[in-house]
Design a protein around this ligand. Structure first.
Ligand SMILES: C[S@@+](CC[C@H](N)C(=O)[O-])C[C@H]1O[C@@H](n2cnc3c(N)ncnc32)[C@H](O)[C@@H]1O
Length: 319
């Protein structure tokens, strides 16, 4: 199946990220290579892109997409949670820009067998890396009811989390829940009809998001990965993060905010004793897709782009 994905906030991201046409840029979520291709258009032959994705389909599609660009391209099939090691292996210690375009690609949602979509019946899977050991089947069939409740509540912000977890536990008591279709039926039975109609959107949307986050440990790896990326930026280098739901956006916002804090002394201390330095400067407010983009790509509706720039250390400024 052809790899289909429309890159969100493409110009805003790439124009905000690329400052040096001969620089080194890391795309931590390569997908179909859409953002990387646009970055490559701005780079000279001395420039370099390191593209990372944990999904072999994405790696293959991006390699094809990027094969004729003029800059150097290195593609790494791995999880960006290993960014520190990947950079060491790539001998790329000092970076000009790092991009995170989080979540799943449209391709992953479109291929029914990947089991990400509540719109298509398929085996319960949802692994971005098909070699990973934990799948949606394991979560749905082996997690304690209480644990399912927690996941639906925390990762799905699902109001009916308790009832849905109860219905799942009851259903799997008879036989395992094998497919996305079976799971959708159970969720639909658990959420009262009146609420389903009033809420709008698909009743299984939040449950699927929650299970996907759990299967791929999508939130647990973010803060450390962002900090690693920032630690490797040159002064003036930039980090761009695109998020698609409030949970990952909160982590992006808080991490960037903390890294852009200077003195952290308590307010009652008249002179700074902590000597804490801000590492980043936030560049403007988060950006959202405009009406034109939304008319082409509904997936951009929830997207938020945050960009920040690495500051020089104080001693670098004075010498
Ligand atoms: C939204 S898509 C990126 C699309 C890409 N920017 C483009 O324009 O074509 C997100 C991609 O990131 C990958 N991904 C998500 N989390 C990852 C992780 N922790 N490590 C590596 N890749 C990840 C997914 O497999 C998916 O291909």
């Amino acid at each position: 199946m052809e790899f289909h994905h429309i890159s969100v906030l493409l110009d805003e991201t790439v124009n905000g990220l690329v400052t040096d046409p001969a620089g080194t840029y890391v795309d931590c979520t390569l997908g179909g290579g859409g953002h990387s291709h646009r970055i490559a258009e701005l780079l000279q032959s001395e420039g370099r892109i390191i593209g990372i994705d944990q999904d072999a389909d994405a790696v293959e599609a991006a390699a094809e997409r990027l094969k004729d660009v003029r800059c150097r391209v290195d593609i790494v099939h791995d999880n960006f949670r290993h960014l520190e090691r990947i950079l060491r292996e790539q001998e790329a210690v000092q970076l000009d820009g790092v991009l995170f375009d989080l979540g799943v690609s449209s391709h992953q949602l479109d291929v029914a067998e990947r089991g990400f979509s509540y719109m298509q019946d398929a085996p319960l899977d949802m692994r971005m890396d098909p070699d990973a050991s934990l799948s949606a089947y394991d979560v749905v069939n082996t997690y304690e009811e209480q644990e399912l409740f927690r996941i639906f509540k925390e990762y799905g912000e699902e109001r009916w989390a308790k009832r849905i977890a109860e219905f799942i536990a009851a259903a799997r008591g008879t036989r395992p829940i094998r497919t996305t279709g079976e799971l959708v039926d159970i969720v639909c039975r658990a959420v009262p009809k009146k609420v389903r109609r009033a809420a709008g959107g698909h009743p299984a949307k939040r449950v699927f998001q929650a299970i996907r986050i759990e299967v791929n440990d999508e939130l647990g790896i973010l803060e450390k990965s962002f900090r690693t990326a920032v630690a490797h930026l040159k002064p003036g280098g930039r980090i761009a993060i695109i998020t698609f739901h409030s949970l990952e956006d909160r982590i992006a916002k808080q991490t960037l905010k903390e890294l852009s804090k200077g003195c952290v002394c308590p307010p009652e201390i008249p002179v700074c004793v902590c000597h804490h330095e801000a590492e980043l400067r936030l560049l403007g407010r988060p950006l959202r897709a405009d009406a034109e983009e939304l008319s082409r790509n509904t997936r951009a509706k929830s997207a938020k782009l945050r960009i920040a720039e690495k500051l020089p250390r104080k001693e670098e400024l004075t010498c």
